[in-house]
Write a protein that binds this ligand. Structure first.
Ligand SMILES: *[C@@H]1O[C@H](CO)[C@@H](O)[C@H](O)[C@H]1NC(C)=O
Ligand SMILES: *[C@@H]1O[C@H](CO)[C@@H](O)[C@H](O)[C@H]1NC(C)=O
Length: 302
């Protein structure tokens, strides 16, 4: 049994977070596993099998908890259904293709081998969420295709090896963090018009992976629909793991899912969105995502 015994300071929760012209950290809640005295152990929760679902039919012991979660979602993010940049929207806009841009805010070198593994890791971890939607309530996609299309770095010399096929950016945001060209960012062009993007449609990116030296040594990260921000050491040291659980947790925020630092939905104590209580996407996480999907579907007319 995992006990959550410390409550971490939460930054103010972002407002509706409609497409932001630059990829700011509009939601600065830090998801942390630090200061928790007990962690879920990988061997306790790995290999969870999440039953497929084609209709809204959650297990009876989750029904009350799911109602509580949705009520809380509307409270924390009243404009959530109006935000057209959830990962689900990104998937639907481009037939299951998700393009990442990596913000390498780090003085270490990026090797070609690590870049190749980064693509695989992003695909593998996002797949855990994608799979629970496949076949559910008419979700039309069956294939997830994650690519990394660009890197933003402080200095091109940090990129070792072949970088062909990648857009390399050395510009920074107002905070001095390497930034991918906003003209190519889908959320800044929700009408689909990327004519100003120098590389054209192929350079489109939907989301960012921030590997930020300020998070070195920290067991935690930031996440929202702009992407996931993690310590480079945590990400690179765990790049081959089946579940990079902090990454999966932050991806969950990209789908609109909440944190659970100060409350527990009835009867649900182990799931990845309750940081530290599970090492992978669980059936309860799956139903929270499916709830989002059916609600988005209703308002989007999918
Ligand atoms: C969407 O993706 C599927 C699976 O990759 C593919 O078979 C299909 O042709 C794509 N549809 C369009 C319109 O690109
Ligand atoms: C796309 O945007 C450009 C400039 O931002 C504009 O000139 C052009 O008319 C737009 N294209 C369409 C089809 O709306």
């Amino acid at each position: 049994m995992v006990k959550i015994n410390s409550l971490l300071a939460l930054a103010a929760i972002g407002t509706g977070a409609l497409a932001h012209p630059t990829i700011k950290k509009i939601d600065r809640r830090f998801c942390s596993l630090e200061e928790r005295s007990v962690f879920a152990r990988d061997d306790l929760t790995s290999r969870a099998v999440i039953p497929k679902a084609t209709t809204w039919n959650p297990p009876s012991n989750m029904v009350t908890a799911l109602d509580q979660v949705w009520a809380r979602t509307l409270q924390e993010n009243p404009q959530g259904l109006q935000d057209k940049n959830w990962i689900t929207d990104q998937l639907m806009a481009n037939n299951g293709s998700i393009n990442y841009c990596v913000r390498w805010n780090h003085n270490g070198k990026s090797t070609a081998a690590a870049r190749a593994k980064t693509v695989t890791a992003l695909q593998r971890n996002l797949q855990k969420w994608f799979d629970v939607l496949v076949g559910f309530e008419g979700f039309p996609l069956t294939k997830l295709n994650v690519k990394v299309v660009g890197y933003a770095v402080k200095n091109k010399n940090l990129l070792e090896g072949d970088t062909s096929g990648l857009d390399i950016y050395t510009t920074t945001d107002p905070d001095g963090v390497p930034e991918c060209d906003v003209r190519c960012y889908r959320a800044a062009h929700l009408d689909g018009n990327l004519s100003q993007c120098p590389g054209g449609a192929d350079s489109r990116y939907d989301i960012s992976l921030w590997l930020d030296q300020s998070l070195e040594g920290k067991m935690g990260g930031f996440g929202y629909n702009w992407g996931q921000e993690l310590g480079p050491d945590y990400f690179l040291n765990n790049i081959d793991s089946e579940n990079i659980h902090i990454l999966e947790h932050e991806m969950g925020h990209g789908f609109g899912l909440l944190d659970f630092y100060d409350w527990t939905p009835q009867g649900q104590t182990n799931f990845i969105m309750m940081a530290g209580s599970a090492m992978e996407v669980t059936e309860f996480d799956a139903w929270m995502l499916r709830d989002w999907y059916r609600k988005l579907k209703a308002v989007r007319g999918w």
